[in-house]
Design a protein around this ligand. Structure first.
Ligand code: PEP
Length: 252
């Protein structure tokens, strides 16, 4: 039985007071929730200290994630935030390799490999994003592209390290576009990702949670989550609405 996970990526949205309201709404909506789904939120860096403290004090059943971290441990890296700093604020997870970071901030596999190691060494879990662009899917290269992303980064880990990783399959053409992959497209890719991981890591692949991300919302979540290789979702836009986000959690 694999873990079930729904993670909300707030991206660069909300001012801190708005983030506080959103967390209080989530607290209210999840108070009575009896669920085996792990709920994660990834607010902006600037919110983590305050929201981390609130989550800890109220014992909310929601875990905190960051959206990125530095690829260096510490030192003269102006503007960067280290994995240790995030751990210290109560983060349990760090999203790494999101397509927006690969696309707009030239995130590369070498840097991602360093980040994954730093996050794991701090006792946190990376949520490692992979996914193809529209032109790559149209050229029927989507399997090849995703396999390469996995090989370039995850294949360099040891099996025990891989056990801390969560993979998020996020077709770039589905992120923030309203175009969702069909549940069959998602299942096909998730099964493929598990096979690629299994080729190197054997049975570790059976345990790794693989989340789907890309315009996931209450109306399509249950169909997507019903697939056997889909272990949850990485939710962007819909995670900014507490009702929608919790409705997605309840879709399992
Ligand atoms: C994301 O950015 O991780 C994402 C899945 O966004 P959205 O749900 O808005 O498509």
């Amino acid at each position: 039985m694999r873990r079930k996970i729904v993670a909300g990526n707030w991206k660069m949205n909300t001012l801190l007071p708005e983030g506080e309201v959103l967390v209080k709404q989530l607290e209210f909506l999840t108070e009575e929730l009896e669920s085996d789904v792990e709920i994660i939120i990834a607010p902006p860096f600037t919110h983590l200290a305050v929201l981390g403290k609130y989550i800890k004090e109220t014992k909310m059943k929601i875990a905190l994630a960051a959206q990125n971290c530095a690829d260096q441990e510490k030192g003269a890296f102006t503007g960067e935030v280290s994995a240790a700093m995030l751990r210290n604020l109560g983060c349990k997870f760090v999203i790494l390799g999101h397509s927006e970071r690969r696309e707009y901030y030239a995130e590369n596999n070498e840097s991602l490999y360093k980040k994954i190691n730093l996050v794991i060494n701090e006792g946190m879990q990376p949520i490692f994003c992979v996914g193809e662009k529209l032109e790559e899917r149209q050229a029927n290269r989507h399997f090849e592209v995703v396999a390469q992303q996995i090989k370039d980064v995850l294949y360099r880990l040891r099996g025990v390290e891989l056990d801390n990783v969560i993979v998020a399959y996020e077709p770039v053409w589905a992120i923030g576009t309203g175009m969702t992959a069909t549940s069959d497209q998602a299942e096909e890719m998730h099964a493929y990702i598990r096979r690629v991981i299994g080729d190197k890591f054997g049975e570790h692949a059976d345990r790794i949670p693989i989340l789907y991300g890309g315009s996931c919302k209450p109306s399509n979540a249950s169909e997507i989550f019903s697939k056997s290789n889909v272990d949850g979702g990485l939710i962007g836009g819909a995670s900014l609405d507490a009702q929608d986000f919790v409705a997605i959690v309840k879709s399992f």
